[in-house]
Design a protein around this ligand. Structure first.
Ligand SMILES: [Zn+2]
Length: 72
């Protein structure tokens, strides 16, 4: 799955604040995610984050995670 800096990702499970949406602030081995509901920041291993993504919003376009097949 290709996640880019600045993407907004929608998770399968909500954050305790009720928001499903996170902005991607850093990509690499770990993702740094910024909760759009409460502003909380978390670091997550890439693999764990990818597993929980339902869809990605990039430039206003919603991309279902199922259509973002990972290559590696
Ligand atoms: Zn939150």
């Amino acid at each position: 799955m290709e996640i880019c800096l600045g993407d907004v990702i929608k998770m399968k499970k909500p954050h305790p604040c009720g928001s499903y949406e996170w902005r991607v602030d850093r990509v690499g081995m770990d993702f740094r995610l910024f909760c759009l509901g409460c502003g909380h920041q978390v670091m997550l291993p890439r693999r764990q984050a990818e597993k929980n993504i339902r869809e990605v919003r990039r430039d206003g376009v919603i991309i279902p995670a199922s259509s973002m097949k990972t290559k590696a």
